[in-house]
Design a protein around this ligand. Structure first.
Ligand code: NAP
Length: 316
């Protein structure tokens, strides 16, 4: 059967196209992330050659959570591969907010450090909002500082959170101009759903944020030309949530044991069901996940340039 174009069916006025059941195109996050990482590496080599500048990322890891350790390792490895400097700060699980804030103050003052990332989640005794507010907003490469949240919602330049930024790149890989699209984001966390809603709004989408108290969420989602799932509930989003021809981005990752007894990552979207309805879809794994680290590298490089008044070669 001839494939329908990826975009047909969601443009205003193009509803209900030919009535065939196409198979959605896969949005390959691994390839798109690898391209971005290569661009960061090339830009970093240029900054080093021309300005003697090596952008630096500092991570602060509190406690012994194995998943957090592996995320931080992956971030450091990606920095090294791209030619960025890394600074690895560790605090015990018993550390207080005061200890963490003192470490942040040292990194704020360290001129070698362009980006500071506090790995979340933090132990229960530490209020994440309080410590994130201590990071210099211009070094806040996660984009979680209230100043950067305000900049994002005000349409001002600032640090854009990595996962939402990656989602926008994936969307734009299949549709450059998102203006006028009906976008539904399921999940309203401050690290994914809310900043993504701001980015979609800035791209002239009509945005709805759904959450656990939303009534008739599936019905609302079925209006979406662009459907983002950022919930953390495996395969919550079934066929009845998806409009024919939609672009579906699955942010969810939940580790589960598969039928073969092996650990696997499962998304929020029922991929098999969605693939026969949507026009394009991100897989899990290999969709949004790889974009997050790539965008972290990009933010670190951007921060290094902005702090020194150098034009950012990868400016958004
Ligand atoms: P979170 O802070 O737990 O937020 C989950 C959101 O989903 C909340 O807003 C919650 O609503 C909403 N929700 C829960 N059940 C719902 C339901 N039945 N219907 C509609 N909404 C529902 O999670 P998060 O940090 O945003 O992460 C979401 C998922 O993305 C997780 O699987 C996480 O692992 C993944 N993630 C992936 C990446 C990546 O790099 N790929 C990065 C970050 C997160 P309320 O606000 O009403 O509670």
């Amino acid at each position: 059967m001839a494939r329908r174009t990826v975009y047909k069916g969601w443009r205003p006025g193009e509803e209900g196209s030919e009535g065939v059941v196409p198979e959605a195109a896969i949005i390959d996050g691994r390839t798109i992330a690898a391209e971005l990482r290569k661009r960061v590496a090339d830009a970093a080599a240029g900054l080093r050659a021309v300005h003697g500048l090596i952008p630096g990322l500092a991570t602060i890891l509190v406690g012994d959570d194995p998943a957090s350790h592996s995320y931080v390792r992956a971030k450091h490895a990606a920095c090294v591969a791209a030619g960025l400097a890394t600074f690895d700060r560790r605090l015990p699980a018993t550390a207080s907010a005061t200890d963490l804030i003192a470490e942040i103050a040292r990194l704020n003052a360290d001129q070698r450090v362009d980006g500071i990332l506090v790995q979340l989640p933090l132990p229960a005794q530490i209020d994440a909002h309080r410590v994130i507010a201590e990071i210099d907003p211009d070094k806040d490469v996660d984009g979680f500082h209230p100043v950067n949240v305000g900049r994002l919602w005000s349409g001002l330049p600032g640090m854009v959170p990595c996962t939402p930024q990656g989602c926008m790149m994936l969307l734009r890989s299949v549709r450059r101009d998102l203006a006028g699209a009906e976008a539904v984001v399921v999940g309203r966390s401050s690290i994914v759903g809310r900043p993504l809603a701001a980015l979609l709004l800035a791209a002239d989408c009509t945005v709805t944020l759904a959450h656990s108290k939303t009534r008739h969420a599936a019905e609302i989602a079925r209006r979406a030309d662009i459907l983002i799932a950022a919930v953390g509930r495996p395969r919550l989003i079934g066929a009845e949530w998806i409009k024919s021809g939609a672009i579906v981005v699955d942010v969810g990752i939940t580790p589960m044991i598969g039928a073969d007894g092996r650990r696997q990552m499962v998304g929020d979207v029922d991929f098999a069901a969605a693939r026969s309805i949507a026009a394009a879809i991100t897989p899990v794994p290999g969709g949004v996940g790889p974009m997050t680290i790539a965008c972290l590298l990009r933010n670190t490089l951007g921060a290094a340039c902005r702090r020194r008044g150098i034009a950012d070669p990868l400016a958004l």
